[in-house]
Design a protein around this ligand. Structure first.
Ligand code: FES
Ligand SMILES: [Fe+2]
Length: 350
């Protein structure tokens, strides 16, 4: 079965009513703010002196100047650099300095869009509601370990979110794209069991076949994918008789139609710190390989060709498109989302 799909090289308007992860918590100091593009929208993401986060549309409703170019004031508001209008973290305008106090205008009636924001597991999540001002219908995913974040890497891919996501879940590109002597091995038949998750699917727990994993002793892994672009790899095992859990999280954060950040973080307990050199040697290289193939792919995509998704090796990508479509329809029509993924074994050679 070959499926031809319309893969928007653009972003349509992006999937809504979901959490996106634009930044790591550490990257935003108290009293700092900056512009973060999300789904083509400018968002000013900032942290008050109290440590609280805020996320507002980065366009002053008065005359369009980016609020991110202004100041965070002692009262916890953001001051626009043009005429000094101030906005609270809930988006309400708290001060218009030019008013004398005798005008009929109430500043509080003016608002800038505020986005729900969460900080957890060392990550910052921003909720992109379908309707501005609507409360989140879910909470962002949890990493599910007490271990601190040990590794982080961000690279910008010059593509829309779809190609970033399906590149990430593609099980057969490794032999060609990550063609390093220390990673290479002869292709073998793979057989993996998949099951649906609330907004995605999981390659259920199994023993990884890559010899590279043997550094972790007796280990099993589970790889999940959920909307909009969240991939967890959860390794569990026993090394020298001691049980451990190592969690990797990769997200594709759509900045705009042509730029997607790949943000990868890993969590592991202190006694696994001997892994650092491995990550230093391998982590960046792997993401850079994927980034370069996407650059190359642009050379073809600019002619807007029809593309193919074929057989089991492309089934995760087919599921991604189906789940995404079902989600978009459920948001659009206000209906309950039904996951179209069915439990299945997929077979391919890699
Ligand atoms: S443009 Fe922001 S206060 Fe005038
Ligand atoms: Fe890859």
């Amino acid at each position: 079965m070959a499926e031809t799909v319309a893969m928007a090289s653009g972003m349509d308007s992006g999937l809504r009513d979901l959490w996106y992860m634009p930044a790591l918590a550490k990257s935003l100091a108290r009293g700092a703010m900056r512009r973060e593009m999300l789904l083509g929208e400018p968002v000013v993401l900032g942290r008050l002196k109290t440590g609280e986060l805020f996320a507002l549309r980065d366009i002053c409703p008065h005359r369009g100047v980016p609020l991110s170019a202004g100041k965070i004031k002692a009262d916890g508001s953001v001051e626009c650099p043009y005429h000094g209008w101030r906005f609270r973290k809930d988006g309400v305008c708290s001060l218009i300095p030019a008013l004398t106090g005798h005008e009929p205008l109430e500043a509080e009636k003016i608002r800038v869009r505020a986005y729900p924001v969460r900080e957890q597991d060392g990550l910052i999540w921003v909720y992109m509601a379908a309707k501005p001002g609507e409360a989140p219908k879910s909470e962002p995913p949890r990493v599910g370990t007490d271990a601190p974040m040990r590794w982080r890497e961000t690279q910008t891919f010059r593509c829309g979110i779809d190609h970033a996501v399906i590149g990430l879940m593609d099980p057969v590109h490794a032999a060609f794209v990550h063609d390093h002597w220390w990673w290479k091995r002869t292709p073998r038949l793979k057989e993996k069991h998949y099951a649906p998750l609330p907004t995605g699917f999981v390659m259920t727990r199994h023993k990884p076949s890559k010899p590279a994993y043997s550094i972790l002793g007796d280990v099993t892994t589970e790889i999940t994918f959920e909307l909009p672009s969240t991939r967890f790899e959860i390794l569990e095992g026993r090394l020298l008789g001691k049980p451990f859990k190592l969690v990797g999280l990769t997200v594709c954060t759509p900045r705009d139609a042509d730029n997607t950040d790949i943000i990868q973080v890993f969590y592991w307990p202190a006694w696994l710190n001997f892994l650092y050199p491995v990550f230093w040697a391998v982590g960046r290289t792997f993401i850079a390989d994927d980034r370069k193939i996407v650059e190359l792919q642009r050379e073809g995509l600019r002619f807007n060709p029809n593309l193919m998704l074929i057989q089991d090796s492309d089934q995760p990508a087919i599921w991604y498109h189906r789940v995404k479509k079902a989600w978009a329809e459920s948001v659009e029509n206000g209906t309950v989302f039904v996951n179209p993924v069915q439990e299945r074994v997929l077979r391919w050679k890699s």
